[in-house]
Design a protein around this ligand. Sequence first.
Ligand SMILES: Cc1cc2nc3c(=O)[nH]c(=O)nc-3n(C[C@H](O)[C@H](O)[C@H](O)COP(=O)(O)O)c2cc1C
Length: 321
Amino acid sequence: METPFTRLVGCSVPIQQAPMGAVSSPNLAVAVAEAGGVGTLSALGLPPEVLLRRLDGMRRRTSGVLSANVVTPEVDEQLVADVAERVRLVDFFWFDPSPRLVDVAHRSGALVNWQVGSVTEARAAVDAGCDVVTVQGVEAGGHVRGFEPLLPLLREVLDAVDVPVLAAGGISDRGSFAEVMAAGAAGARIGTRFLATMESGASPAYRQAVVDAVGDSTMITDAFADCPLCATSPRARVLRAAVERLAELDDDVVGTVPMGGARVPVPRASGLPPVAGAEGHLDAMAMYAGAGVGAVTDVRPAAEVVAELMAALELRPRPPR
Ligand SMILES: Cc1cc2nc3c(=O)[nH]c(=O)nc-3n(C[C@H](O)[C@H](O)[C@H](O)COP(=O)(O)O)c2cc1C
């Protein structure tokens, strides 16, 4: 299916798999790219040489569209340039749109997507030169930038900017995907539904907790504020059960996760989620999840998730904007 987003970036499916830290594993990003969507890797926490090596490896595995996500303004410009040489789309979030970084990415031949949480920020992203804007509603899993629900915010942003707009937040099934496309989005950015896939980097317990969760099981909290993003605004949507479990524990360290060939402790209230190989009280770690968790009822291959979502558009075709 073609939309202004698919035409611009060269993918065949109007879906971007959201960056999700270590949960968005190379295997997940490659699987989504192979299925026709945009597969995304997070730069967060990766040493530059590891990040670039990973992107090179992914590039060798797929000719599909890949993106890479940067969430701190302190990023080295040369690293952004090096990343931009390796992906179609450089993806920014959590700080004010920066014309300088957009320019660096453009000069290396990439397009730029900025995830925003308000109309003002969407306008700033376009003014900074971004090619795509992702509108994040408060339903989103992970760090939540703005304060408005997705659909009204999406409509406002569509009226305010003239670049392709992706919708993000709580899109986990055919109905919610069809709804944002009908509202005029050029595509959807989807996190939580891809967390519960075979290829994701989430631990089996985390995936199962997402599958088991019902619709009202998430909350925005500052309970896991020990992370670089929360330093500026401690707001992340997680499974409520994780906040409740953490409150029951006295431990200063709730477990360990594998990182860079070592095991690192997960301090109480750390923003590190329970990725594959995590040990300890996984149920008291930051289980980021969007408000669409109730619609996630199984762990599947990512390609099946893409096909399932795309069936919504075949059933209810509407002209994209
Ligand atoms: C586990 C998890 C980790 C996330 N990490 C990041 C991240 O590192 N960078 C980022 O830009 N967004 C991150 N997000 C937010 C996504 O970009 C997106 O807004 C969100 O996944 C959309 O909502 P959904 O999860 O309900 O689909 C994360 C989301 C989740 C669920």
